[in-house]
Design a protein around this ligand. Structure first.
Ligand SMILES: [Zn+2]
Length: 280
């Protein structure tokens, strides 16, 4: 068998020591430059662990905010990276059936999760809840569904305890690395960054060694997407998209047989919904 190919979707909020939006906000000139380095080093630790277990090609998809966070110098020279925003598949851009496994690093809990630091689902200002086939979904679940269409299982997730437990309830085969315990939304009891990197490296190695236990995460067709927006004006805009049905004051629904179409529609709807937040 040739060396497994690895896809890494790298978010930031679930990095050890991060507890505040200021640490993950690129316009913050004091805190962000330090914490983007910690994020980058956690991605590096995951790659190093995977390679100890025999992984070959690695593609990193920078998946936080404007999606230009990971410092290239902190990655091995042969790793490719998708960099920048306005990607139709967003945090799952670039996946295809040629990959054997995926990692989600620095991930965070779904919006509305208690003791999940910086809990949100793609946007914390616009979306109140996301459900697929009636099930409340986190970013990890939504993105895993895209990978699932390509037949690629998620085998590692790193972040706070709430994120790991929420994801493992859906995908029990995932190796989870808990780098911090959240105390409400804006405080953590964290491993040191160095200890977190050691744990991630070991977890990544174990995750690849357990690859045969893993399954693609698949939503059954027809796929029903429901978005509860924060405000009625967000839903006013989202329901303009052909195929979207207004099912409540703040809620829209979209149904399609193909989850990739549903995921693209999700991307369109929450962005359009967010556009309604502009001052009138
Ligand atoms: Zn993020």
């Amino acid at each position: 068998m040739s060396a497994p190919r690895l896809y890494v979707s790298a978010d930031m909020e679930g990095t050890a020591a991060i507890a505040s939006w200021t640490q993950v906000e690129p316009s913050n000139a004091t805190e962000y430059p330090y914490y983007r380095r910690l994020m980058s080093l956690e991605v590096r630790a995951a790659i190093d662990g995977a390679r100890e277990a025999g992984v070959g090609d690695v593609l990193v998809n920078d998946s936080h905010y404007h999606m230009r966070n990971v410092l290239w110098d902190e990655l091995p020279a042969d790793v490719r990276m998708i960099y920048g925003n306005r990607k139709p598949f967003s945090m799952a851009q670039g996946i295809d059936g040629a990959f054997d496994a995926a990692f989600f690093t620095g991930y965070h809990a779904a919006i509305g999760t208690r003791d999940g630091v910086l809990d949100h689902t793609y946007t914390d200002e616009t979306l109140y809840a996301v459900r697929v086939n009636g099930k409340p979904c986190s970013e990890a679940m939504l993105n895993a569904g895209v990978l699932g269409v390509a037949g690629v299982p998620v085998v590692l997730i790193t972040g706070d305890r709430a994120t790991i437990e929420q994801t493992q309830r859906e995908m029990p085969w995932i190796t989870g690395v808990v780098v911090k315990e959240s105390i409400g939304r804006f405080a953590v009891n964290s491993l040191s960054p160095e200890a977190a990197r050691l744990a991630i490296r070991a977890g990544a190695k174990r995750a690849i060694e357990r690859l045969t236990e893993a399954k693609p995460y698949v939503f059954e067709s027809p796929v029903s997407l429901e978005l509860d927006f924060a405000h009625t004006h967000n839903a006013d805009f989202a329901e303009l998209i052909p195929g979207f049905e207004r099912t409540g004051g703040r809620t829209v629904r979209f149904v399609h047989d193909d989850y990739l179409t549903v995921f693209r529609a999700f991307n369109a709807a929450f962005r359009l919904g967010a556009a309604a937040n502009a001052p009138v």
